[in-house]
Every structure is written in C-alpha cells, then in structure tokens.
Design a protein around this ligand. Structure first.
Ligand SMILES: *[C@@H]1O[C@H](CO)[C@@H](O)[C@H](O)[C@H]1NC(C)=O
Ligand SMILES: *[C@@H]1O[C@H](CO)[C@@H](O)[C@H](O)[C@H]1NC(C)=O
Ligand SMILES: *[C@@H]1O[C@H](CO)[C@@H](O)[C@H](O)[C@H]1NC(C)=O
Ligand SMILES: *[C@@H]1O[C@H](CO)[C@@H](O)[C@H](O)[C@H]1NC(C)=O
Length: 327
C-alpha cells in the first residue's frame, strides 16, 4: 500500500474500504437518482427506447460485468458514422471489451435517417448538411436524463466519442452550453466537422474553458479529408485548423503554438498537443499515415481492411477521458 493510499484510507476509511476491491471506482462525490437501482443485464447490451421530441429514439447501454448500483461510474456516449448504427459502433470501438474499457458505462445511440434522397436510408447526426430534420441535441439531453435516473453515474466523468459524422456531432456537442456542459471531454475519429468550416454562420459556445478535445485521423481519408475539402455539397475544414481553433477557444491565444508536434512510433503517427489555461494536452490530435476513413485500430476491424495502425483510437480515447475529470 502506497503512502498516499494509507493516508487516504486514514481519512475516509469507510469509503476506501468499500472501494478497495475496485480501485478505480469511488463511492464518494456526487451521485445520480439511478444509484441503488439494480440491473441484471451486466456485461451485455441493453436496447432502450425513449420518446424525444415526440420521436422514438433508441440506444444500447453497456454496463460492466461487476456493476455495483451503489458505486458511481463514468459514462461515455459513442456515436456511429453515417449509414452505420448503434450495434456497429459498439463492435467497431470495442468499448464493451473490458480490456479496452474496464469500468465505464458505455452508451451507443442510434441516429435517425437522413433527409436527402441519397441519405434517406442512412442514419446520421445533426451537423451534417444532409441531416437537418431531427433534434439530436435534445435527444442527448433526454438520453442523459434517462441514464442519470436509471444508473449510478458519476457526473464529473461524462464523455462523448464518435466516428465520422458521429465525430462531427461530438464537436457540435462540445460547442453547446447545453447539453455540452454535461460532458467532461470529447473525442473524435475521422470526424466530419462541417459546422467548423468558416463559410457557415455557426458559432461555438462551449460550456467551459478549457474544453478537452481529442481527434484522430488517417491521412488517406478521402471521405472526410484531413486537409479539408467538399463533401455532400458542403465544405469540410482542415482538421489542423479545427484543433487550432479549439486551442484558441481554450485560452491558448489567437495564434496557438503546440507544445508537442512531432513524429512518434516509427514515423507513421504524428502527435500534436496544446497545453492551454494550465491544462496539459487539453487539445490533442493524431494523424496516422496511410489510414483511410476508418476507426483507427491496432487490431483488424470492419473498416481498416486488415491494415492496422500502430495506435488504437479506443485505447487513446479511454486514456484521454480518464486524464480529464471535472473537479
Ligand atoms: C450541389 O449544388 C449544386 C448547386 O447548387 C446543385 O446543382 C447540385 O445538384 C448539388 N449536388 C448535390 C449532390 O446535392
Ligand atoms: C477560420 O478563419 C480564421 C480566420 O481566418 C482562421 O484563423 C481559422 O483557422 C479558420 N478555421 C477553420 C476551421 O478553418
Ligand atoms: C500530420 O501532422 C503533422 C504535424 O503534427 C504535419 O506536419 C503533417 O503535415 C500532417 N500530415 C498531413 C498529411 O497533413
Ligand atoms: C481480413 O482478414 C480476414 C481473415 O483473414 C478475411 O476474412 C477478410 O476478408 C479480410 N478483410 C479484408 C478487407 O481484407
């Protein structure tokens, strides 16, 4: 037992004893109305329907195998890409694999269909130019309320992740006071962040400064190109410019300079980090040479054509989330 832990146990013996079987879960701090409610569907995906904006909305809820309703848990929402769905995102990210995600509740929301002829069979998220007819921000508000009412959530650790337009929606969430303010940190992979392009009238109002932001992107992404472009008749910004803008929003000044900006792992992974407002790596980006419009992974997945990377988006996101808890 370390010196710190001895001291901690001395101060709050009861709490520490209760948590000792599971070091990362704490029973202190704020709790939600769902604490104490038992659940049987542990370690598997529960399919939930709620009514939001008078529309039936769906999501999958994963709770750890050893879920204890009397302990509070971090919560993550993970949003799928265009044309995919909640089950696909659960499999793709491996956030239901305890070796990737040992102790977080993970929710996989389902998008509604797009509103153009081309996208009418494809599930998408608000922020896409072809996805303008539903209120996904309200859905997230209602979903979070359901989660707080039914599960034991730790409000200081609520996170969002997403792929492609799901990543674009995560950026959109980060730009809102509500429900963005309910989240602690935001992570994206191959994000299509249409709203960040300068030719729109979008205004970003984050609930907090700094707002922790992470993005991972393949340099061979031709759907949401790393260096920006056009898609669905709309402009996509360069990822680098968005990271810069987040650094500026986070207090790094009008011409932010990364504190780390170099090649890591064999010359294929470029890592960029900004430390703003005294918070190290509050904005972080990875670009990975040779990866396409995929969930970047060091294991084969449904998107990478068995062309694995030296890094794993899910693992990096978990680390980023756990390093950023609201205090
Ligand atoms: C893109 O915009 C142009 C000009 O408004 C229009 O003619 C064209 O049909 C649009 N294409 C798509 C795919 O929406
Ligand atoms: C938007 O325009 C400003 C001013 O020209 C620029 O500094 C910023 O990087 C641009 N952002 C994006 C995402 O292109
Ligand atoms: C990836 O990021 C690095 C900076 O970290 C940059 O030098 C490089 O040009 C980027 N790659 C591409 C393809 O833009
Ligand atoms: C990936 O590998 C598996 C098993 O070896 C194979 O069945 C599958 O076709 C491969 N996928 C691609 C896209 O090459």
């Amino acid at each position: 037992m370390t010196m710190f832990k001895k001291l901690f146990c001395g101060l709050v013996g009861l709490v520490a004893a209760a948590a000792s079987s599971q070091a990362t879960i704490d029973t202190s701090g704020a709790r939600t109305a769902g604490c104490g409610k038992p659940h049987t569907d542990k370690g598997s995906l529960r399919h939930v329907n709620i009514l939001s904006d008078n529309v039936n909305r769906e999501f999958l809820v994963y709770i750890p195998q050893d879920y204890n309703p009397h302990q509070s848990y971090p919560l993550q929402l993970s949003f799928h890409g265009n044309g995919k769905d909640m089950s696909y995102q659960a499999t793709l990210t491996r956030f239901t694999d305890p070796t990737i995600n040992p102790d977080m509740i993970a929710v996989f929301p389902n998008g509604l269909f797009g509103d153009t002829a081309k996208t009418q069979d494809e599930r998408c998220w608000q922020g896409a130019p072809y996805c303008t007819s539903h209120n996904d921000l309200l859905f997230v508000t209602d979903l979070l309320e359901f989660m707080r009412d039914n599960y034991c959530i730790r409000p200081s650790q609520v996170y969002a992740s997403g792929k492609s337009i799901g990543g674009g929606f995560v950026d959109l969430l980060a730009c809102t006071e509500s429900p963005g303010g309910d989240f602690t940190a935001f992570a994206m992979d191959a994000a299509a962040m249409y709203q960040e392009a300068n030719d729109t009238d979008f205004v970003c109002h984050p609930a907090r400064r700094p707002t922790p932001i992470l993005e991972l992107h393949g340099t061979e992404d031709h759907t949401a190109p790393y260096n920006g472009g056009r898609s669905h008749n709309a402009t996509l910004p360069t990822v680098r410019a968005v990271l810069n803008d987040w650094a500026t929003r986070n207090g790094c000044g009008p011409s932010p300079v990364p504190t780390v900006d170099d090649i890591q792992f064999d010359g294929t992974v470029f890592y960029t980090q900004y430390d703003c407002a005294g918070v190290p790596s509050v904005v972080a980006g990875y670009n990975v040479t040779g990866q396409g419009h995929v969930w970047i992974s060091n294991e084969d997945n449904a998107e990478n054509g068995n062309h694995t990377a030296l890094i794993d988006a899910s693992t990096i996101m978990m680390k980023f989330f756990n390093a950023n808890a609201k205090h």
